[in-house]
Design a protein around this ligand. Sequence first.
Ligand code: FAD
Length: 478
Amino acid sequence: MTVVEELRSVLPRDRVLSDPAELFVYEFDGFTIARARPAAVVFPSTTEEVSAVVKILAKHGVQIVPRGSGTGLAGGCVAFADGVIVSTVKMNRILKIDLENRVAHVEAGVRNTALSEEVAALPGGAVYHFAPDPSSQRASTIGGNAATNAGGIHTLKDFVTSNHVLGIEMVLSDGSILNCGGQNGCCEDGPFDLPGLICGSEGTLGIITKLWVRLVPKATDFRTMVATFTTTADACDAVSDIIAAGMLPAAMEMMDGAMVRAVEDAFHFGFSKEAQAVLLIELDGIGPLLEWEMSKVTAICETRNAAKVEQSSDPSRRAALWKARKSAFGALGRISHSYCTQDACVPRSNLAEVLKRIAEIGLEHGLQIPSAFHAGDGNIHPIFLYDDADDSQVQNTLHAAEKVLKYCIEIGGTVTGEHGVGVEKLHLMPYLFDRATMDQFQRIKSAFDPQQQINAGKLLPSDKVQVQLLKPGRHVPQ
Ligand SMILES: Cc1cc2nc3c(=O)[nH]c(=O)nc-3n(C[C@H](O)[C@H](O)[C@H](O)COP(=O)(O)OP(=O)(O)OC[C@H]3O[C@@H](n4cnc5c(N)ncnc54)[C@H](O)[C@@H]3O)c2cc1C
């Protein structure tokens, strides 16, 4: 029997795709530069079905590639080397919501916002939510959020996904089922924090099938602020000053002038199109303290030459503000064929010089690079605009992006704040980590997946699957 025939012996026919026309949409994720057609895509609906699928694929020596909604921005769920994609989207049941203990048990394919919506609909549930809020949250899965250790707009105060995952069920590369942590977190887990290790492993250790996650109280009182600046440097310095003053806003996001104009043209929120930078700040807590914090933040922005600071406590204005921010990447679709979102973390105090260097690299490569990013976390997202029908533009973009990331490493930063390494940043891992650390990472991978069966060639270099996106040579347009 062929692999596909065997897969059809354990799953219904409509849950095993192998027709090239059906496979086309699974050739890439949100990082559209890395493309490969999978040999098949399967849609198991239970842990037992995932296990049966994995056993078949392992027996045939086929690469196994976990996939949630495919919103990843690093090529992590693309199946190179004729791999088979194991999608979790049919595993979308919310198994338990326990408000008393503030936990939920979910299958890996549950969408991020679906959980908070279901919680809010329960008696007494309106005050709780699942806090990680990547801008993709209406589409991305909780399994994918855990695998990438996703952040989001409110990461500054709420932290990343791993801080909200208490337990994980995962199918390993031999089809066995690992259960670690649980509703009480890693105190159930023995000596090592295995859920913590699995979060951020980008599907290279196994396929997450179920998760126990925290539900936390939502902010009840808040203030949102929009501070408009005439230079990016002033906005960046305001961010550093606010944190240095001992405050911890719930969110502190920045859009540069090019991004503000793209978002305003698309969504008409009311941002000034003359702005060179806009800071979106949210404070939460209790009323009188909020008023004091808001006046302090306003004073800092004004000291850093803010042209205007808008303050609001209106929930609909707040919702519109975050909708505009979360739609920022989408707004670029109106002005560019393709875009590549980069993701690095730098010390907050270096933000101004990093944005300056990105602008220089844009000029050197003849590229437009608008930015919308989590300024409070020092997590930058320069977005490279290009046309993916033109290979020289693709290569030019990759070379420029590499320059930006290497610069971020040189000044003490790292190559990913939240989107992960995937295949996109793989070549930079040895540049970021020393030999001893890389060897230790490989030993961890081998302990879970000795045959390099699951998502090899992502996150860590592999001798089994190698993907080269960057072609050597000069690709800057003359
Ligand atoms: C418009 C837009 C905005 C975004 N904003 C943010 C943001 O604010 N913050 C942020 O962190 N990210 C953001 N992202 C990136 C992306 O949405 C996140 O990385 C998200 O967590 C991916 O979830 P997914 O279900 O789409 O996973 P996929 O893209 O399907 O997979 C991502 C990685 O996780 C692995 N994986 C997926 N499911 C499993 C599983 N069940 N078990 C094991 N491995 C698995 C895959 O193999 C792959 O390596 C954004 C993306 C887009 C397109």
